[in-house]
Design a protein around this ligand. Structure first.
Ligand code: ADP
Ligand code: MG
Length: 335
């Protein structure tokens, strides 16, 4: 407690030691109101650094560490001061963080180019399109590709799959792993799959993922599908705000997972079959602004002739829009 005044006040010329990310080095256990038992619970729940607590919601934190809301608010407010949330960073600091971003090949050179190298870590990449457009194929392909060494377009990492539609197929992994010379058995052993039975369960699994990532080198989290449960459970206009609130929380939970673990997040989404007077396209992704604003990359998949699929990059912060044509075969996704 005696430390409180000293650590909470941050002067502009403060010389408190900071990490490369600009975060002040300080243990979670140093926060006012956090004893050893609470510190342990927080860390177990994935709140391992100041920033993760600073950006948490009081109710989440209270739940994670069995605290009262008032205590949670106090802890968050202290963490905010320590983590210097909302402060400005110079471009070179951001460039340094960006330099740690890893990229996973999609299997298609054309699509990798469109994405500036592949599916990025620290971001959410959304694959949306109608039934059969190949979303789940892409998820399987990424689950295999991420295991390759960096020189081959992977990140040498393991995978978490949150499967809401029961469409994960080990057989498909075996085919795709064989095709790129990975041992299929080993490939399967690095993919950690959980079926989500409803949206609540889906949200719980995002928390479980944080636990698993402590013992495994998880470099990719897949959520297939992101919206199906939410869409099925929240029907009718009156439920929209509630649904969007939950979806928003889930999106931020998985984005945080990506940041904390420098992992990529790949999600699938369905489309509304609704004519759009402005864009002329009869299909729009589910989830509205919430999904649209939180996903960094949005890829729209359309069926073309035979096994061809057209992938369109939409709304990227730093890449031009464009399209790539890919094929889906027994080996997986290719140009
Ligand atoms: P979505 O998830 O968008 O509904 P999928 O990813 O399940 O769609 O895509 C299904 C399509 O993928 C099938 O219609 C087929 O064209 C292709 N596909 C699935 N498995 C194989 C395979 N083993 N060999 C070739 N193509 C396949
Ligand atoms: Mg699917």
């Amino acid at each position: 407690m005696a430390k409180k005044a000293a650590t909470v006040t941050i002067e502009p010329e403060d010389t408190t030691p900071v990490t490369e990310e600009g975060q002040i080095i300080n243990d979670v256990g140093d926060l006012p109101g956090v004893g050893p038992a609470t510190a342990e619970k927080l860390k177990e729940a994935g709140y391992t650094d100041m920033m993760s607590i600073a950006v948490a919601s009081p109710s989440d934190l209270a739940e994670a560490a069995d605290l009262g809301d008032a205590v949670a608010v106090k802890i968050i407010s202290a963490a905010r001061k320590m983590a210097n949330v909302g402060g400005f960073e110079t471009g070179d600091v951001i460039a340094d963080r960006r330099s740690k971003v890893g990229k996973i090949t999609t299997g298609s050179k054309a699509l990798d180019e469109l994405l500036g190298g592949g599916v990025e870590t620290q971001s959410i990449t959304e694959f949306y399109g109608e039934f059969g457009s190949g979303k789940t194929q892409f998820m399987h392909q990424l689950a295999v590709n991420v295991q390759m060494p960096p020189e081959d377009g992977g990140l040498g990492g393991e995978v978490i799959v949150i499967d809401t539609e029961n469409t994960f197929r080990p057989e498909r992994i075996v085919q795709m792993a064989d095709a790129i010379g990975l041992d299929p058995k080993e490939a399967l052993s690095k993919i950690h799959v959980a079926r989500a039975f409803n949206s609540h369960h889906q949200m719980l699994l995002a928390e479980k993922a944080t636990e698993l990532a402590k013992s495994k080198n998880i470099k990719l989290m897949i959520v297939d599908s992101l919206t199906a449960h939410f869409r099925a459970e929240y029907v009718g206009r009156g439920t929209l705000a509630d649904r969007q609130g939950k979806l928003n929380r889930f999106m931020h939970d998985i984005l945080r997972f990506g940041d904390l673990n420098n992992a990529a997040i790949a999600v699938t989404n369905q489309v509304h079959a609704k004519p759009d007077a402005f864009f002329g396209d009869p299909t729009r992704p589910v989830g509205g602004h919430i999904v649209g604003h939180t996903a960094t990359f949005r890829l729209y998949l359309r069926k073309s002739k035979g096994n061809k699929r057209i992938v369109r990059l939409i709304d990227s912060p730093h890449l031009p829009e464009g399209e790539a044509v890919v094929s889906v075969s027994e080996e997986g996704i290719r140009d």
